[in-house]
Each structure stands twice: as structure tokens, then as C-alpha cells.
Design a protein around this ligand. Structure first.
Ligand SMILES: *Cc1c(COP(=O)(O)O)cnc(C)c1O
Length: 366
């Protein structure tokens, strides 16, 4: 059997009629940028998350750098971020000429809130809470620290569309929350897309201006902005998918539950979920001391897996100039060496998952 790590066609097929009808409707409307589909999506998504405002953007990375820009964070400022993050989290900070300050992750793979305080200096301006893999950071502790030290908070919800911390959705805690609609995300588009959510009218207004060349009124440019607009086609298709998001997340939770309960192998442990958070399983993560051998073993059986992420940002070539060497952030580095995402996608069949589970259980026993 050949099993892909991700299979987006399955989800598409489940709702193909609706996606195709919407695509045709937008194509035939003659209006492709900043129109009714975007306005409706922004309203519906803000309502889904429980925020006052949503502003659609062209990508998750844009959401991140524009959020820090709107918060006035720039040269000389420090932003706290987990050393176990996607590279975009760090780029969103450095694109504003601010400096990332890495805090090591905890046993849930996310920012260890207990280690933030010791990294706060008089230059610290914000905390970036990245909700990795589908589960939430400890937002209670993070917001407490933010109040105590008067710091801004940005949430990166690119992997947590619908995740809740103590019954409240991620994306409602921070000053500004950032979302990606990259196709593989739980709420994925059919191309690139992103958004921010916020309760602050001023930030929403500033970001709406920045995304459109710094202009609110055609050809009157108030600030040096950019072009970062969620187009009508993607917004329309996201409206269709948003209706099914809770259902799609529940399907992933059921798949995760099977992996949790049926994988039994001393060489494999699963990444636990933080008490207080639910988990929408953007990825299903396992840890193995012989991860690379496991990848080859699974591949020989036709099972494809992905590493999220093989090189932590501080060791990437892009951030060589920060001066880190291997061993500086050992917990993030250990995740990079041992973590593995199992096949997990909407529409994965029982038979496919059984095949993966049986292969995992037979690893190093054959
Ligand atoms: C996908 C992702 C991003 C970047 O989103 P793009 O839309 O690809 O720019 C940022 N942060 C995290 C945690 C992500 O998973």
C-alpha cells in the first residue's frame, strides 16, 4: 500500500460540488480582489474564532510580519519565541529588524512559559506564542507575564484553527493573532492565504491599510504598505471549508485517538497534549530515538512521513548571523532529531491507518 503523509485530494473530493460551485460563482462575478467574498469570510472567521475583527492577508508569514509592524516593533526590540518553531515565526520578527530571543520548548513541543521570565530584558517588547501541532501554549501563564512586564502578545495560530485553551479559542488571547491558510493547514485554501484576528479596532484598521499599499482611499497612501490581500477566490473557497472545519478537526481527533491507543512499540512515544488545551492535530507527532531508521523502514512499506521540523531556526543558514552553534538550544535540537509526523489527513481510511499502525507496531521486531 502507498500512503502519503498528506492527501489533500480526499478532503476536496468530500465537498467537491460545493467548492466547484463557489469557484465558478467567483470566476463569473467579474470581481476578484477586495470584494464581498473577502468581507463575508472575514466576518464569518472572526465570529468562528470569537474575535471582533479579522483581516484577510496573502499568507501566514505576511500576517506575522504585518502584526509586529502594526504593534510598532522594530530595530532594537526583542521578541520572545519558542526555539521549536517554524522558520516563518522567526522571519516575521526579523523582517521588522527586531531580534528573536529563543525560549526552549516543554514536553508538549511548545514554548515553555516557565522559562520566559528569565529571558525578559528592558528591550523585550513582545511574546510570540506559536501553537504548534494543533495544541495551545499555556496562554494563562503567557498573558500573566505580558501584563506583569507590559509586553505585547502575538499568537501564531497557523496550526491551531479551532484549538481551545481552557474552553476559549486560540486567536482570542493576544493583541493580534496570525493565521495561515496554506493548503495543508486544518483550514487550508487552494493556494496561499492568511489572516489576523484582533479585538482592537486600531490594529485591524492599521493592518487593513498596510495590506493595500498603505491606502484606505484609492491612490491616497498614508504609510509605506505592501500588497498582501486574500483574493476573492480563496476567500470564497475558505467560506465553504470553514462550515466543515469542526467536522474536519473532529475527524483528525478520531484518527489521533487510534494512533494514541493502538500504537505499542518501545521505540515510539507520542507527543502528549498539554492539560487545558484540546488538540486539533494539525500533525500527529511521535518521538523516536531511532527516528531516521524508522523513516526508512516505513518508506520501504510505502508509508510516507514528514519531519516538522528537521532544522531548528537558530541552526538554519538564514540565521547563521545570530551566531548560534549546535548545542546552544538542546531541547529544540532534540525535537529536530527525534520528532516525526505520521500520515494524517481528512479522508484517511480505516484500512490505511490500520496498515500504518501495524507497520509501526512491527518496527524492530521483525
Ligand atoms: C504554515 C505556518 C506559517 C506560515 O504560513 P504561510 O502561509 O506558509 O506563510 C507560520 N507559522 C506556522 C506555525 C506555520 O505552521
Amino acid at each position: 500500500m502507498n500512503i502519503m503523509a498528506n492527501n489533500l485530494k480526499r478532503m476536496y473530493d468530500q465537498h467537491a460540488d460545493e467548492f466547484e460551485a463557489k469557484a465558478l460563482e467567483v470566476l463569473r462575478s467579474g470581481w476578484y480582489i477586495l470584494g464581498n467574498e473577502l468581507r463575508s469570510f472575514e466576518n464569518e472567521f472572526a465570529q468562528y474564532i470569537g474575535s471582533k475583527y479579522c483581516v484577510g492577508l496573502a499568507s501566514g508569514l505576511d500576517a506575522l510580519w504585518i502584526a509586529f509592524r502594526a504593534l510598532g516593533i522594530g530595530a532594537g526590540d526583542e521578541v520572545i519565541v519558542s526555539s521549536n518553531s517554524y522558520i516563518a515565526c522567526v522571519m516575521g520578527i526579523t523582517m521588522n529588524n527586531a531580534s528573536p530571543v529563543f525560549v526552549e520548548p516543554d514536553q508538549y513541543g511548545n514554548l515553555d512559559a516557565e522559562k520566559i521570565e528569565e529571558k525578559i530584558t528592558d528591550k523585550t517588547k513582545a511574546i510570540l506564542a506559536v501553537h504548534l501541532y494543533g495544541q495551545s501554549c499555556d496562554m494563562t501563564k503567557i498573558m500573566e507575564l505580558a501584563h506583569k512586564y507590559d509586553l505585547k502578545v502575538v499568537e501564531d495560530c497557523a496550526q491551531s484553527h479551532g484549538t481551545e485553551w481552557k474552553g476559549r479559542k486560540t486567536g482570542t488571547f493576544a493583541d493580534i493573532a496570525c493565521f495561515s491558510f496554506y493548503p495543508t493547514k486544518n483550514l487550508g485554501a487552494f493556494g496561499d492565504g492568511g489572516a489576523i484576528t484582533t479585538d482592537d479596532e486600531g490594529y485591524a484598521d492599521a493592518i487593513r491599510t498596510i495590506r493595500n499599499y498603505g491606502s484606505k482611499v484609492h491612490y491616497q497612501n498614508e504609510v509605506v504598505g505592501t500588497n498582501s490581500r486574500l483574493d476573492e477566490l480563496q476567500a470564497g473557497l475558505l467560506r465553504v471549508k470553514l462550515k466543515y472545519l469542526d467536522e474536519l478537526n473532529a475527524e483528525r481527533m478520531a484518527l489521533a485517538n487510534r494512533y494514541d491507543t493502538e500504537v505499542h512499540n518501545p521505540w515510539i512515544t507520542y507527543l502528549p497534549t498539554r492539560p487545558g488545551s484540546n488538540n486539533i492535530y494539525h500533525q500527529y507527532e511521535i518521538l523516536s530515538p531511532c527516528r531516521d531508521e524508522l523513516i526508512e523502514y516505513l518508506l520501504a512499506k510505502g508509508i510516507h512521513t514528514i519531519i516538522h521540523y528537521p532544522i531548528p531556526p537558530h541552526l538554519s543558514n538564514a540565521y547563521k548571523y545570530l551566531g548560534f552553534v549546535k548545542g546552544d538550544l538542546p531541547i529544540a535540537e532534540k525535537y529536530a532529531d527525534t520528532i516525526l509526523s505520521l500520515p494524517m489527513y481528512n479522508g484517511m481510511t480505516e484500512e490505511e491507518q490500520t496498515y500504518v499502525i501495524e507497520a509501526l507496531n512491527a518496527f524492530r521486531t521483525e
